[in-house]
Design a protein around this ligand. Structure first.
Ligand SMILES: Cc1ncc(COP(=O)(O)O)c(C=O)c1O
Length: 370
């Protein structure tokens, strides 16, 4: 008997639907141009600058014996960068979102959640036990209607990303803030893709438009080029999550080595206006090269995330394979990561690309669409 025989059946079903994902090779082959990472500022390949000043492992949950000076330094540095009272590190953005949303919202509450929110936000909503009102993507009127419907709820929460990971666009954060204030709701913003690349000193899209969310979530794994994440906000929020966020409480603390390195990366990103200027320049060059090829990029995307919609999973995979033959790595993004009928190439720019790289990439795309 094989109690797991149904697994192969499910995998075969995924394969028939063009949705099977096969584990990737350890690293892109040498010479491959990578146009699908979140390493927007090109920091991921940097060696650690912090040397041997911190332990490699926390050794336990932060609540037990796992809090090291490096964690506290990183949390102070992040809070100072973002102008919040406090911050709390998590071992990943997934853990931060699941743990935070599920700790904050409760049965009897209503969470108004953007239809394109990241899976980790969705899972946090589900785990919270609150009623979840999923609203049309980036539709402020839909948020207002949902908040009106939620007037009788115990508490109201509006959960959104600032720069959406798959569509590369943004909601009207100022109007969301106004709506939250008017309807006594808390605003939770995931800035995973905006921190480091927009706002003054890379402090994100909320800062760029002068909005202060009640809860700001950021990751160390994207523009900062490490791994891990944090939640920034009031000291009370930090203490609350310390007590209530299950993905924090019941998990080994993030590596102190990574925490210490994040202090350097935050300082580097804060000072890296030249990197942001370069990223904007590379993004413009890539975007105009793709437009010249007639690429149907999503019109709302404005930053370094350029979604090329191919609709069917098969078309997206075939295009990704043709690009690989040209030495360009761009993975096909298919359901359930994106809605059915919107399979795509999620092309990303990075400050680490040279102008010649972009020319080579555009030439590769030209060949792939022939
Ligand atoms: C918007 C958003 N939030 C959270 C995460 C999860 O972050 P991490 O990769 O650190 O788990 C991602 C990662 O893809 C993301 O795109």
């Amino acid at each position: 008997m094989n109690a797991l025989r149904h697994l192969q059946d499910e995998l075969s079903e995924l394969e028939r639907a063009g949705l099977l994902r096969t584990p990737a090779a350890a690293a892109p082959a040498a010479g491959m141009l990578v146009l699908c990472s979140n390493d927007y500022l090109g920091y991921a390949a940097l060696p650690c600058s912090s040397g041997g000043g911190a332990a490699s492992g926390a050794g336990a949950s932060r609540l037990v014996s796992g809090t090291h000076e490096a964690h506290l330094m990183a949390e102070r540095e992040i809070a100072a960068w973002l102008g919040t009272e406090a911050a709390l590190l998590f071992s990943s953005g997934y853990a931060a979102n699941v743990g935070t949303v599920s700790a904050l919202a409760r049965p009897g509450d209503v969470i108004v959640s953007d239809a394109l929110n990241h899976a980790s936000l969705i899972d946090g909503c589900r785990l919270s036990g609150a009623a979840v009102d999923v609203v049309r993507h980036a539709d402020v009127e839909a948020v207002e209607s949902a908040l009106l419907r939620a007037q009788g709820a115990r508490r109201r929460w509006v959960v959104t990303e600032s720069l959406f990971s798959m569509d590369g666009d943004s909601p009207d954060l100022r109007r969301l803030r106004e709506l939250c204030d008017r309807h006594d709701a808390a605003l939770v913003v995931d800035e995973a893709h905006a921190l480091g690349i927009c706002g003054p000193r890379g402090t994100g899209l909320c800062a760029e438009v002068g909005v202060r969310p009640d809860v700001l979530i950021g990751t160390l794994g994207k523009s900062l080029g490490l791994h891990g994440a944090f939640v920034a906000g009031s000291s009370t929020l930090r203490t609350y999550l310390w007590n209530r966020a299950r993905s924090f409480v019941f998990s080994t603390g993030i590596s102190p080595l990574v925490a210490l390195e994040s202090v350097h990366r935050v300082r580097r990103a804060a000072a890296d206006d030249p990197g942001r200027v370069r990223l904007a320049m590379i993004t413009r060059q890539l975007r105009s090269g793709l437009h010249a090829l007639g690429a149907p990029l999503l019109p709302g995307s404005s930053g370094p995330i350029l979604p090329w919609i191919l609709k069917s999973p098969g078309a997206a995979v075939a295009m990704s394979q043709r690009l690989a033959q040209q030495g360009i790595l761009v993975q096909a993004i298919r359901p359930p990561t994106v809605p059915a009928g919107t399979s795509r190439l999620r092309i990303t720019a990075s400050a680490s690309l040279s102008e010649a790289d972009v020319e080579r990439a555009v030439a590769g795309f030209r060949e792939a669409v022939r």
